[in-house]
Design a protein around this ligand. Structure first.
Ligand SMILES: Nc1ncnc2c1ncn2[C@@H]1O[C@H](COP(=O)(O)OP(=O)(O)OP(=O)(O)O)[C@@H](O)[C@H]1O
Ligand SMILES: [Mg+2]
Length: 261
């Protein structure tokens, strides 16, 4: 199939993807991946030749895997390179839902959190999506209040449940390749009245740290010493200013792994 996007209506263009209306079906849209990469809520921006293709592959393999595990996602199929067909959102929930197994990144600024601390059970937090405000975290007490106060509360409870479910599925999948899923952020929307995983899951969605040794002991208070944080495969490589060919090579390594899910 050759899709002619010039003849289609562009619904929205974001930082990393463009969404087109599907002329043959109002219930689905095409999601086109771009070569752009951004960090710091858009403050840092580059274009990496080949990134769209590699993100599209990773996203395809992760969503097909999640669908096969019975997770409710928007993903339908990938009709051609760099393009996915997804169910159209009825309502976008303006939150990033972050789940963490290991303390890394922004959480280290909170209350003297030690890098490498292992969370069991997983920790899930909601961030309000707003670049100028730097996606502030919602107060847990407030989220619990929303969940108890019926109106919309079941949506929050369902996102929490799904993030947990998806984390366990992907953590186990990456573990087969001796890689720890450290954390991830996912996005949700309502499709046919149901909370559904939307958007993309790619190298920019998570932290992935390879095991530092053959049989790491991952059931300790702090597992930093068991993992090779310097060998990270994810977008932190870009955030930390590594050159773009290095960033691309890390993203290619992720795609080679998710291909085998
Ligand atoms: N199933 C879907 N139906 C319709 N639109 C979708 C769907 N999944 C994702 N989108 C939208 O695609 C748009 C483009 O995504 P992109 O990630 O490039 O945006 P962005 O600039 O990063 O903004 P955001 O911070 O919202 O992700 C977003 O507005 C996103 O909400
Ligand atoms: Mg985005």
């Amino acid at each position: 199939m050759v899709l002619n996007f010039k003849a289609m209506d562009k619904i929205i263009e974001g930082k990393t993807k463009v969404i087109y209306a599907n002329p043959d079906d109002p219930k689905t849209v095409y999601m086109l991946f771009k070569n752009d990469i951004t960090a710091g809520d858009g403050a840092k921006h580059d274009v990496i030749e080949g990134k769209a293709l590699v993100d599209w592959k990773t996203n395809r393999d992760i969503f097909e895997y999640l669908n096969s595990k019975g997770v409710r996602t928007h993903y339908v199929e990938s009709p051609e390179e760099k393009v996915s067909l997804v169910k159209k959102l009825d309502f976008k929930i303006n939150l990033e839902v972050v789940t963490r197994r290991v303390a890394a990144g922004s959480i280290l600024q909170w209350g003297g959190m030690e890098e490498g601390k292992r969370f069991d059970p997983l920790v899930t937090q909601f961030h309000y999506k707003d670049d100028p405000l730097h996606d502030p975290m919602l107060d847990d007490g407030y989220v619990d209040y929303i969940i108890r106060a019926k109106e919309g509360g079941e949506v929050f409870a369902e996102m929490r449940r799904m993030n947990d479910e998806i984390f366990h599925v992907l953590e186990e999948a990456f573990a087969r390749f001796s890689i720890q899923l450290v954390d991830f952020k996912l996005e949700y929307g309502l499709i046919n009245g149901e909370v559904t995983l939307i958007d993309e899951v790619t190298g920019g969605s998570f932290r992935l740290w390879p095991y530092a040794k053959k049989n790491p002991n991952l059931h300790q208070e702090n597992i930093l010493g068991e993992l090779d944080a310097q060998g990270r495969l994810d977008k932190d490589t870009y955030r930390q200013g590594e050159d773009l060919s290095q960033v691309r090579s890390k993203f290619e390594q992720i795609a080679r792994i998710t291909e085998r899910f």
